[in-house]
Design a binder for this molecule. Structure first.
Ligand SMILES: [Zn+2]
Length: 367
């Protein structure tokens, strides 16, 4: 029987159902696993996403885009292919796509993680014949600590900075990581301030029913704000920019799975690195692959060759599926995505003689 998905110039295509999953070009019909820039492009004819991710996707692809939503676990037939969406635990509304046709079932994970995250539904194992998995952190060195331990580390760093009169700047992707961190830290330490790109997604999260602590936005023409006390959550692109000047003396930390490697932190000159990712770590990838009970595993974006070889050595029928997804871009990588047309930096209202504009974080939120 023909495969249910093939890689075409426009993306992962299901010929039987005549639709794409996370296409990287504009196509008539797209199923979207989640709203990060490398998975959700604007300009498609029609979108389908998981219901909890509707408002987040809307904020990415625009008000005019026709978006259908499906509740987790409900089934929709598209040209005879049974489609259902299941939580991926990556960001709000992130879904694995399950396809069933002619007695064969495929699951496409998109990005996923197994750690607890109060801002989205937890990853749900879905059994299938063919499992298409990401592999962003598919090397044994990548192992995450308990999220509670990381939150305590961040709180201790913030408290120590505050006691020394320094503002804490925490760099994190604007969609998902920023909200997850805001929900995890202790707001009694001081005020939390969000960059414009972060606040846009904070609004979408709140409108979707996710509870977050109070987060202040930076008003136009602000000369000074939160200095010495606040936790500022901002996308990585603000590192080294004049936008940080209003916060006085700062300590700048990066929150990323890549912080596992000390060299990465040192090269970029971060004062501190927190190892926290919205992707599965190496044991998490193996756990999810085993839980799928798939007889065939296709490995995409990340350490594809290494993970595929390792699975093959363990007797799994595994192969690389080449896609253009970026996963969690290393913080010292060049901006990956130049095609994403929508503006989301919120810089306009910051561009005053008093406050430096918020740098454009476009293309840096593939995580
Ligand atoms: Zn993602």
């Amino acid at each position: 029987m023909a495969d249910l998905l093939t890689v075409t110039d426009a993306g992962l295509y299901c010929a039987q159902g005549d639709f794409y999953i996370d296409p990287w070009r504009r196509v008539p019909r797209a199923i979207i696993t989640h709203a990060h820039a490398d998975h959700a492009r604007s300009g498609c004819g029609r979108y389908l996403c998981a219901a909890p991710g509707m408002l987040v996707l809307r904020s990415r692809v625009g008000n005019a885009a026709p978006i259908d939503s499906l509740r987790h676990g409900d089934t929709l037939s598209i040209n005879g292919v049974e489609v259902s969406l299941h939580p991926a635990g990556h960001v709000l509304g992130s879904a694995q796509v399950r396809l069933s046709h002619g007695g064969t079932t495929w699951v496409v994970t998109g990005d996923y993680k197994l750690e607890a995250d109060p801002t989205c539904d937890p990853f749900e194992p879905v059994e299938c014949d063919v499992f298409v998995t990401e592999s962003t952190f598919g090397l044994p060195v990548y192992r995450w600590q308990d999220p509670k331990t990381i939150a305590e580390e961040i709180n201790a760093w913030w408290r120590a900075n505050r006691d020394a009169g320094r503002t804490s700047v925490l760099l994190a992707y604007a969609l998902g990581k920023a909200q997850r961190l805001a929900a995890a830290v202790d707001p009694s330490i001081g005020p939390i301030i969000g960059h414009g790109a972060v606040m846009k997604m904070v609004e979408a999260y709140r409108a979707s029913g996710v509870r977050l602590p109070p987060i202040d936005r930076v008003p136009p023409r602000t000369r000074k704000m939160g200095a010495g006390r606040a936790l500022v959550i901002a996308p990585p692109s603000v590192a080294g920019s004049r936008w940080l000047d209003i916060f006085g003396e700062t300590s700048v930390a990066m929150a990323s799975g890549w912080m596992t490697l000390r060299g990465v932190r040192r090269r970029r000159g971060f004062d501190k690195g927190f190892v926290v990712s919205d992707h599965a770590d190496f044991p998490g990838l193996l756990t999810a692959i085993a839980a799928s009970r798939a007889r065939r595993v296709l490995v995409t974006h990340g350490f594809t060759d290494t993970l595929t070889r390792l699975l093959q050595e363990r007797g799994v029928d595994a192969a690389v599926l080449p896609t253009r997804f970026a996963g969690e871009a290393p913080p010292d990588a060049a901006v990956v995505d130049g095609e994403d047309g929508d503006s989301e930096n919120g810089a306009g209202d910051q561009a005053t003689p008093h406050a430096s504009p918020e740098p454009d974080d476009r293309g840096e939120e593939q995580e």
